[in-house]
Unconditional design. Structure first.
Length: 434
């Protein structure tokens, strides 16, 4: 009954009170950011470990449900849940098309599949522990990537809840938001290092645009060239790294130009809230605004990098022979631009291409490279310092799949309906109708 449910909820709240004190009152008041949420979560988990013997006597399923409620409240930044609602809207077409269990939810394997597609298609992120990486989708839990950050109590509760109760759309959105927060928290660590490297305080506003630009460029240096972190405690070495960044990374100037465009977009959208008569010379001088900028950089960098992937795809398609239109390039044509000194791409050996699954040897005398398998392999991913997240080429097939899922909104459809919908789908390389 509803009374019994309320009673169970009260018991769970009292059981969690030594672990998560006054969470309900804290969430709306603090308006904590994504990275702050993780800091709070780790702190709760540390206390939980100390009380582990007590907690094992409680109803762990009930605790798991209560914890999920707390996660949802914090991730949603109060009662509005705008952030989770936005994630749910993006996930909904795919979720509706996924096969469901008898109780209407999806299992762990489908959750990993959905999250992997979400992050690759909308962030350009490859997330370790969620991405396929040669395993079955149901080969492992959807939460192992969090084990390096969360103590055992939180992990066990999340895993038990997922294992015993199939995920709904809301829970899937919470998992997606949690992973996003984890990625953001890694970036916040680098931002902190950028401030500390120049002896700047995060508690005080930056004095001018010179300091603002220095912090942003240092963050981008640490983020895109992780090996530069070893110079963070040596001021002269760090400034030298900043001077030679373009030599070390040919994409550096393009990256910083994109960041400048992003800064302009943020300023434009925030023009109603920003005081035009403010004497603050650095728009992102206040730390919260700098955090917002960094989060936008992290969320958009993968899609920016995908522009290069699309350019490479166009180069490869130009190498495709006129006699074929199957997304394959003869191996001899593949190597031709490099051999002619046109560019330095496409130098991978046949053994590597074969291992990548991008070498078609159906005709041994005329082997060819499978374009999507080559472009969407890990060879074009850019790793980050944490090792949890990489930026990879966005699989454009996901866009086509999302269009189909939005049209069908069900796990099953007739072959004739699917054929009709596919026929009307345009893509970068094929015009509609097909």
């Amino acid at each position: 009954t509803s009374e019994q449910a309320c009673s169970d909820q009260e018991k769970a709240s009292r059981a969690l009170s030594p672990i998560i004190p006054k969470t309900r009152r804290m969430a709306p008041a603090l308006r904590i950011s994504s990275c702050s949420f993780l800091v709070a979560l780790f702190a709760w988990a540390g206390v939980a470990d100390a009380s582990y013997g007590f907690l094992t006597r409680m109803d762990r399923d009930l605790l798991a449900q209560q914890l999920l409620t707390e996660l949802t409240a914090l991730l949603g930044h109060g009662t509005s849940h705008e952030r989770l609602a936005q994630i749910e809207d993006v996930l909904r077409p795919m979720y509706m098309a996924l096969p469901k269990k008898k109780d209407g939810g999806i299992d762990q394997g489908m959750a990993r599949y959905a999250l992997n597609r979400y992050f690759l298609a909308h962030r350009g992120w490859h997330i370790s522990g969620i991405a396929y990486d040669g395993q079955r989708w149901n080969g492992s839990s959807s939460t192992p990537l969090l084990k390096s950050k969360m103590p055992s109590f939180i992990i066990e509760l999340l895993e038990e809840h997922v294992a015993h109760k199939p995920l709904g759309l809301g829970e899937l959105a919470v998992l997606a938001a949690t992973v996003e927060d984890l990625v953001h928290s890694e970036a916040m660590e680098l931002l902190t290092m950028a401030y500390e490297a120049h002896n700047l305080s995060m508690q005080e506003a930056l004095q001018n645009e010179v300091q603002e630009d220095l912090v942003i460029r240092t963050f981008m240096l640490f983020y895109t060239m992780p090996w530069s972190l070893k110079a963070r405690r040596n001021s002269s070495a760090l400034h030298e790294q900043l001077k030679t960044a373009q030599e070390d990374n040919p994409e550096w100037n393009a990256n910083m130009l994109w960041v400048e465009d992003l800064k302009g977009a943020i300023k434009y959208h925030g023009r109603a809230e920003h005081n035009p008569f403010s004497k603050m010379s650095a728009y992102f001088g206040d730390y919260p605004l700098m955090v917002h900028l960094v989060e936008q950089i992290i969320d958009g960098y993968g899609m920016f990098q995908d522009l290069e992937c699309r350019a490479l795809k166009n180069v490869m398609m130009d190498l495709e022979g006129r006699e074929r239109n199957d997304g394959r390039v003869l191996l001899s044509n593949f190597y031709s631009p490099y051999m002619q000194g046109i560019h330095e791409y496409f130098v991978e050996r046949p053994e590597y291409l074969r291992n990548l699954g991008s070498l078609d040897e159906t005709d041994p005398k005329r082997p060819s490279v499978i374009v999507p398998n080559f472009l969407y392999g890990r060879s074009f991913c850019i790793s980050t310092e944490s090792g949890i997240q990489s930026f990879c080429c966005v699989d454009q097939c996901n866009t086509l799949m999302e269009t189909l899922e939005r049209s069908i909104s069900h796990p099953v459809a007739s072959p004739s309906l699917i054929a009709e919908l596919v026929e009307s789908l345009p893509s970068d390389t094929v015009a509609a109708p097909r």
